[in-house]
Write a protein that binds this ligand. Structure first.
Ligand SMILES: [Zn+2]
Length: 308
């Protein structure tokens, strides 16, 4: 319902590694466009009936999960959060089974595992080559790839020879693309922004706006191919600009129906996470002046909004 109120067309399921949640997803969702899922009519109709007609629109789900890894590398404890997007339940089940053999996946929607992030990336790619692995909120001090306390100085330090399989990174609620453009090492990555929502009403506080095929493949291409123009912009949450209140419905609502490429569509991932760090992106790693631009070909237009 919140997705429709806010004009969001694709949301992440979050937590697909959790046994009960995965079961519920399999029970309540059915395939829609390739790699995307929709709520079965039995569940969708009673909800749709409560939505004002002007707000109604298709809502699709993409299978996503956030994993917390805690491990020791080079005598330092590392704590990284990362996102996995997958196009199928088959792949989700493979990942779930593998993670279940490593640690407890039933205690939390975002499991905490004693697993090197490198190995998590490897098993993600092994499950399906179309899976996307995205380092989450990369500046959170304690829980991210570049975090000052639990992270590394570079993606390559964290992911070694597999770094080339990471195409996008999540800037997180506490940073925006210009802050990240100050690091040459991030020029190779597409910058995305997700809502990191704990509750449905927080959906859309950050989001990615796409103009692409309405399918997992379309989104995958937009997030993995720097020459693809599918990712149009990100919506950024800004505490400083909290007076910029948007109702969102008029602003991010898309027109049209799935199946064409001509419409702007917002995508965001509903995820569960507890951390929202205040680390200054670029801390001592920035090597470019403020006001620069990314060398990546994805045009980023930033719209700041505060939806919560
Ligand atoms: Zn997190």
């Amino acid at each position: 319902m919140w997705a429709q109120y806010k004009g969001i067309q694709v949301i992440g399921t979050g937590d697909f590694a959790h046994p009960q949640w995965l079961k519920e997803l399999q029970d309540k969702l059915e395939p829609a466009e390739s790699g995307l899922f929709k709520l079965k009519d039995k569940w969708a109709k009673p909800l749709d009936a409560q939505i004002p007609t002007i707000c109604r629109g298709p809502v699709r789900f993409m299978l996503t999960v956030e994993i917390s890894t805690i491990y020791k590398r080079q005598d330092k404890v590392r704590k990284l959060h990362q996102l996995i997007f997958t196009p199928s339940f088959e792949s989700a089940r493979k990942i779930q089974a593998k993670l279940g053999s490593i640690g407890n996946i039933a205690s939390d929607g975002r499991p905490i595992l004693g697993l090197d992030a490198y190995d998590l990336l490897k098993l993600t790619l092994d499950a399906d080559t179309q899976n996307l692995f995205v380092p989450a909120h990369i500046w959170t001090p304690w829980f991210s790839a570049l975090g000052s306390m639990g992270g590394f100085d570079s993606m390559t330090d964290a992911f070694g020879d597999l770094t080339k399989h990471i195409y996008a990174v999540e800037t997180g609620l506490s940073s925006d693309p210009p802050m990240n453009w100050r690091l040459k090492q991030l020029d190779d990555f597409i910058l995305i922004s997700n809502s990191d929502a704990h509750s449905p009403s927080k959906l859309g506080r950050e989001a990615n706006i796409f103009d692409t095929d309405f399918s997992y493949d379309g989104i995958y291409k937009a997030l993995s191919d720097k020459n693809d123009k599918g990712l149009v912009s990100t919506l950024e949450f800004s505490l400083k600009k909290a007076n910029t209140i948007l109702t969102a419905i008029g602003l991010v609502r898309c027109a049209g129906t799935p199946g064409t490429r001509s419409n702007i569509r917002p995508l965001l991932c509903l995820r569960q996470a507890r951390d929202r760090g205040g680390d200054e992106p670029g801390r001592n790693l920035a090597d470019k002046l403020e006001g620069g631009k990314s060398s990546v070909g994805v045009p980023i237009k930033i719209s700041y909004l505060c939806l919560s």
